[in-house]
Each structure stands twice: as C-alpha cells, then as structure tokens.
Design a protein around this ligand. Structure first.
Ligand SMILES: [Zn+2]
Length: 253
C-alpha cells in the first residue's frame, strides 16, 4: 500500500479539494454510478464565485483534479476549459437553496433509478438506508427529462428540501453533502439501499418499516464524522488498488 491518510482531505485548498472531488467521481463509478460520460459532481467555490463542476465528455472514472470548470450561479464559465454539462442548473439551484451543501452529485445509478421509476418510498431498511432516515428521499416527478433549465433546477431544489438525496423519476438521482465525504457516502448508500429494497420487493414477503426515531438515532450512532472518514479512506484504498492494476479510467472492476 502506498496511500497516506494526509493525501486525502487534510488540506482544504481548492486544488486539493478538487482532487478529492475527482476521486469521489472515480469511486462512484466503482460503486455503480457510471453511465458513459454522464453524471457529475460539483463543489461550492469557497470564495463565493459559484461552483466547480466536472467538465463534460468524461466518464466518472476518468475525472482528475484539473477536470473542473468554475461557473457562477447563472452558468457563466469563469475559469477552466471544456464542455459545461447541460444539467448545471441542478447544481447551481441546489447550492443556492441549501447553504449547508458544499458538494452536489448527479448520476444515473442503476438501482436507485429503477426504484425511482416505481412508487416505492426508499426506507431505512438496512444500515445504508438509515443515512436518509431523518428526511426520507423525495421523488421528483415533474418530468422524466434532464434538468437543463433554471426553473427545473429550482423545482428539484425545492422538492429536495432538507434531504440528503432525491430520486429523479425515469432519469437518475441527485445527492448532496456538507463536504465531499458526506456527498460520496450519500451517493453510494443511496445506490446500495435501493438495491437492498429492490431485493426485499422481489422476495415477495412483508417487510415492516423500522421505527423512525430509532433509525434517526441509529444514523448518528453509526455514521459520526470519524466513521465517515474511515469509510472514505476505505473507498480510497479500494480505488487505489484498482488504479494500480488498471490505471485511471476503468469502468468495470
Ligand atoms: Zn442526468
């Protein structure tokens, strides 16, 4: 192993944070979020200029620290080169509506998109599902189309409310966090909890909903910041092992 913990998320300069956000893209591809060159994460500029958004025409698995453009909240490109993803309003409007959110992710992860196409509500049926126990996971059903206008972005942000993620019916998902670790875990746990729930549905037996207050407390207990960092390091070690074997840009393990 060649990793050292200081390489990940110890220094919060923009360049180092974007390196972490790039890793988050590559980790998310490993965990089922890849869909050709679609999907993107953004990071709120700490100087209030707008947000750093992954540039277009790259798979999640191919993103490195230079692959971001700085846009303002109206979508004007302030720094960087490359294509601006069409769905930039989804990021900008969520960040405008949620001052507590510094990282936004959007992808077409398979199982969460399958669940999103149903009328099933995602519940805290396993440890991954309890990440969303407090606010639930709303479903955006206004359109199955992509979120390319400010109006649609505002509506997604409104329906997201205080939640950590939202299902975009017949399209994909969006997930958020105070920092790159929270957003990455939200994306991964959303996909894993959706898969778990789809397995429950297929089992054809009843599956009672765990108690709300219990699962809210459970989230605090099992995912304190120390545990979140621990899991972030796990995913980074896994990514590093895969990239040592195959280089950056793998789509499948
Ligand atoms: Zn999309």
């Amino acid at each position: 192993m060649t990793y050292t913990p200081a390489r990940y998320h110890e220094d919060e300069s923009i360049a180092n944070t974007l390196d972490d956000v790039a890793r988050a893209h590559r980790i998310l591809e490993l965990e089922g979020h890849g869909d050709m060159s679609m999907g993107h994460l953004s990071y709120r500029d700490p100087f209030g200029r707008g947000l750093w958004l992954k540039r277009g025409n790259l798979a999640l698995s191919e993103v490195v620290g230079d692959d971001f453009i700085l846009i303002d909240f109206d979508g004007n490109v302030l720094e960087g080169t490359g294509l601006r993803h069409l769905e930039w309003p989804l990021h900008a409007e969520i960040m405008l509506a949620r001052p507590d959110v510094n990282v936004v992710g959007h992808s077409h992860s398979h199982y969460a998109t399958v669940l999103g196409a149903t009328d099933q509500e995602l519940g805290p049926y396993n440890n991954h599902g309890v990440w969303f126990a407090e606010h639930g996971v709303p479903r955006f059903s206004d359109t199955s189309h992509i979120v390319t206008t400010v109006e649609l972005g505002k509506e997604v942000a409104k329906q997201l409310g205080d939640a950590e993620a939202i299902l975009l019916r017949n399209h994909g998902v969006a997930f958020v966090g105070d920092n790159v670790i929270e957003a990455t875990l939200a994306g991964i746990f959303l996909e894993w909890a959706s898969r778990f729930q789809l397995d429950l549905l297929q089992a054809g037996v009843s599956y009672p909903l765990p108690d709300h207050d219990e699962t809210v407390e459970k989230k605090r207990r099992i995912y304190p910041p120390k545990a979140q960092r621990n899991y972030w390091m796990y995913f980074n070690r896994k990514l590093e092992r895969v990239e040592q074997l195959q280089g950056i840009g793998i789509a499948q393990v």
